[in-house]
Design a protein around this ligand. Sequence first.
Ligand SMILES: [Zn+2]
Length: 207
Amino acid sequence: MRIYIYCENNALEKLHTNKTNVCNVIQRVSRGTDTADLLIIVYFLTSTNNWRGEYCRNWCNSKDVIKEKGVWKFTNNFKPPDKLPEQFKLIRLVFGTRYVRWPRRTECEHMKLRFKNVEAQIAYLFGHELHHFRCRHLGLHPGAGEIAATRWGFDRARKLGYEIQAVDKAKQRCRLRKIIMRKYRVGSEHIIIKAFDQYQDLLGKKL
Ligand SMILES: [Zn+2]
């Protein structure tokens, strides 16, 4: 495994971290996974607030490090690493630091996550992408997709002691439905609500 870190202006200082900490997090998360063919490039930017990761499914070479179009176009601003292997698997991560306030939050399809600090955020995001690498390159976790990758990244980071809080959106909806069913009555009769969508129709915008 090789790790390369690129930093725009004072992005790492804004996050109260440094390159050594970032490498430590990645090494801890990857322990137990065969990462011999893996190259990880992490960008810290001050010009954006976006953060995201990408696992490149196919074998890459030095020409694939820079992307000319799309959300990774900024990679063009950085000189690619020297002496790269002939082919490798690639994970890219980017952390924008235009506005930084902790805890930092994100929301995926099924979970809401809240990170106490940047190490927790890196551990989760790298764990998510590493799960894709384990699936597609090492043949582990057969049939797993995005939800499994999010869950694995979260569990792996938490197991290593990084502070992340999570809300399962399906469970949250279920809890909310129970509360509503307890709370709202018409006269002495309970309004029986079978689905959250029906509840929204029934009570309109008031809630
Ligand atoms: Zn993913």
